[in-house]
Design a protein around this ligand. Structure first.
Ligand code: TMP
Length: 214
């Protein structure tokens, strides 16, 4: 039995982490709770948590754009080989907070480091054909995201601190990949309330993976 791979994607302040937290609580009450594995990028293993710190919060030096891209890819290889593939091959549901669509949006589109097609070819080289079966794309205008961000009290990391123009390009990148790989994308209007969005996610999961939701 093959598992099912779900990713959550979106720009800063879109609310995806809040929904993943709620989903974690929800699945922990299911009989099938052990069949769910949560992952995030960058990070999730001891080595990739260190990479996350270097990519986002290392104050001594900041990586060159290509170094940033390669560190993110290194984190992805670790995650795929050590967590995602083993879980999928055991027939589990993997829920990832970000995957390669983030690299397309942030590094290809916003930073213009390499064309999307080159990133897709590199991704295939390093992780093979692993891709989400379903991607929830939380869509929020960069202006609205900025308004939300200004209200937050948390310290922003290096990438979150980029300006409005950068985040407009992030959204353009997401819009692009959501069109070319449209069969796996489910677009969520991130201006809706937390409850509305959560109910929508559960409804979609009930349609796609009812067998896991007992
Ligand atoms: P998070 O706080 O939503 O987990 O995201 C971490 C930051 O890393 C966020 O600003 C987006 C950025 N990021 C990229 O730029 N490229 C990537 O491939 C990934 C996975 C994250």
């Amino acid at each position: 039995m093959k598992g099912y791979f779900i990713s959550f994607e979106g720009g800063e302040g879109c609310g995806k982490s809040t929904q993943i937290k709620r989903l974690k609580e929800y699945v922990s009450s299911l009989k099938n709770a052990d069949n769910f594995v949560f992952a995030r990028e960058p990070g999730g293993t001891p080595l990739t948590d260190e990479l996350r710190r270097l990519i986002l919060d290392y104050e001594v030096d900041s990586p060159l754009p290509m170094t940033e891209l390669l560190l993110l890819c290194a984190s992805r290889v670790e995650n795929v080989q050590k967590r995602i593939l083993p879980a999928l091959s055991q027939g589990k549901v993997v829920i990832a907070d970000r995957f390669y669509d983030s690299t397309i949006a942030y590094q290809c589109s916003a930073r213009n480091i390499m064309p999307v097609e080159d990133l897709l070819a590199l991704t295939k080289k390093i992780i093979g054909d692993v891709k989400p079966d379903l991607t929830f794309y939380f869509k929020l205008s960069p202006e609205e995201a900025f308004a939300r961000k200004n209200k937050m009290e948390e310290k922003l990391d290096r990438i979150e601190s980029e300006g409005l123009e950068f985040h407009k390009k992030v959204q353009a990148g997401y819009d692009y990949i959501s069109k070319i790989e449209s069969d796996r994308f489910y677009c969520i209007d991130a201006t809706k309330s937390i409850d509305e969005i959560f109910n929508e996610i559960i409804k979609v999961l009930n349609e796609k993976i009812p067998q896991f939701l007992n």
